[in-house]
Structure formats: C-alpha cells, structure tokens
Design a protein around this ligand. Sequence first.
Ligand SMILES: [Zn+2]
Length: 125
Amino acid sequence: MSFVQERTCCPQCGNQAEFEADCWGSQRTTCLICGYYEQESLKFDAEGNCCGSRRDIGKGFGVLGYRYIDDNFFWNHFLKTPGESHDAERWLRSALRSGAVDVDTAYVTRWSDELNQVEVLVGDP
Ligand SMILES: [Zn+2]
C-alpha cells in the first residue's frame, strides 16, 4: 500500500502538523501542538463506485504529550474539552515530580479562544 506522510501547516494554530494520505483516497491531518484533527475519506456505493467524500474536522483543545522514562513510545492525548487541559496539567506535573515521565518530552498545551492561539501549560512541545 502506498502511503504519503509529510509536514503541513496546521489550519488552527499555524504550527507544523502531520499530514498522511493513503492510496484509497483517505487523508488525515493531525496537529500535535493544538490537537486539531481533520480526516477526509472517500465514500463508495454498493457496487464499489466512488460517490463523494466525507470530511470530519475536530477542533483542537490541546494536547498532552509525554514519554515514560522506561519506554520508547511517545503518547499523545488529544484533549476534548478546555477543562481537560487542567486535569492533564495536574497529572503531568505529578508524573514529573515522581520521575515517571521524561521531562524533555513532556508537555501540555491548551487552546485559547480568547487569544486565538495555543498556550503551553507545561514543557516545550
Ligand atoms: Zn495546531
């Protein structure tokens, strides 16, 4: 399967976002800074003919990103409400205090509607 992956500009916050497209016409943009999400996929009828596309857009409310100190895998949680960023911030600060997560990879962001930009609550995304 052919697959395209490149960097693009996030339509919400203007930072670098990940763009992915596959050979079936699906494409996806995800921003690890503000949490913006966009997915477009083709729709097919019962005979398998393409009959348009469907687009889902998710506003970014912020992202919690970190790596556990004993793991190589990066976790990114897309926050679903403005309030979740405060829970994420609290959780991450206590995880950093206990030494469970790698300080260089840990961050929490929050989207601010008032400022129309992303705010960094913890770390450096
Ligand atoms: Zn963004």
